[in-house]
Design a protein around this ligand. Structure first.
Ligand SMILES: C[S@@+](CC[C@H](N)C(=O)[O-])C[C@H]1O[C@@H](n2cnc3c(N)ncnc32)[C@H](O)[C@@H]1O
Length: 280
């Protein structure tokens, strides 16, 4: 059965990201990392000499950090679209080489004409769409024939330490269900794209403790599990047991005898570059 995000689920996502718009930039180390990787890939598509594009779409632009960089490469214009009005308000405060067309909209039903953009950039947004195929079909529709889409998303294995720690405590879902790379591939194939390249990377970040990880996810708006069964707030006892079960670093580094008290969280990053075949 295909799992579909409800209207209520989308509203919750928009609200949670909206509430995080002010704290987002200070906590977005993974998002900056993956967005910079995507920007490097831009040089490999479109006008290879200048890596410029005519009309670009930043799909799920968030606070506009990468919109700002894309705007320097947009020859004809750029659309910055996000589900969250608060994220857009925040993004509008930056200065842009080309002022974007701001659109509050949903990746599942883009309020944009077909064949209107020749490059779509989307950094760490599509893991929030369901079904992914619907969002990718929309992206395909909006792209001009021969146009490209570069996106990054998180796949299965992301936050596995947290997921496994919670699994020792209860059967609730505390981390969103990430797709596998094969499922993502299936979605872009169904949408009609051909692949230029794809790359998976395991990225680990250190945290002082599990509270630090939880705070960062909250400040990014990424702590929401939209269709989690609401059995009340997580109790202190459950939280304490989950923290105790979270994989701990070795007590001390062999040889140096120095203590390394930081925990780690793993993110499985999937970066994909797609092409809408010319003449389609
Ligand atoms: C992790 S942030 C990434 C923001 C930005 N791309 C960046 O690199 O910093 C995810 C963004 O996707 C937006 N988003 C989530 N679901 C969306 C949807 N269905 N349509 C459009 N935007 C969506 C959120 O509001 C949020 O701003």
């Amino acid at each position: 059965m295909i799992s579909v995000l409800t209207l209520e689920g989308r509203e919750k996502i928009a609200k949670t990201f909206g509430q995080s718009s002010i704290s987002y930039d200070q906590n977005a180390r993974l998002q900056r990392y993956s967005g910079n990787v995507l920007c490097q890939y831009l040089a490999q598509v479109g006008n290879r000499q200048s890596s410029q594009h005519n009309y670009m779409l930043d799909l799920g632009c968030g606070t506009g950090y990468f919109t700002q960089q894309l705007a320097k490469r947009a020859l004809s214009g750029i659309t910055a679209l996000d589900l969250s009005p608060e994220m857009l308000s925040f993004a509008k405060q930056r200065n842009y080489a080309t002022e974007p067309d701001w659109i509050c909209g949903d990746a599942h039903a883009l309020p944009l004409p077909g064949n209107s953009h020749d490059l779509i950039f989307s950094n760490l947004v599509l893991q929030w769409t369901k079904p992914l195929t619907l969002a990718l079909k929309e992206a395909y529709r909006v792209l001009t024939p021969g146009g490209h889409m570069v996106f990054s998303t998180l796949i299965q294995g992301t936050l596995d330490e947290l997921k496994q720690a919670w699994a020792t405590v209860d059967n609730d879902r505390h981390v969103i269900d990430y797709l596998t790379a094969a499922q993502v591939d299936c979605a872009w194939l169904q949408a009609g794209f051909t692949q230029v390249f794809a790359h998976t990377e395991s990225v680990e970040f250190p945290y002082t403790d599990v509270n630090h990880l939880a705070r960062e996810l909250k400040h990014l708006g990424a702590s929401l599990v939209s269709d989690k069964s609401q059995k009340g707030l997580t109790g202190k006892d459950k939280w304490r047991r989950m923290v105790a079960a979270y994989p701990q670093p070795p007590a001390c580094n062999a040889g140096t005898n120095t203590h390394n008290s930081q925990i780690h969280a793993t993110y499985q990053l999937y970066t994909v570059c797609l092409n809408k075949p010319p003449g389609d």
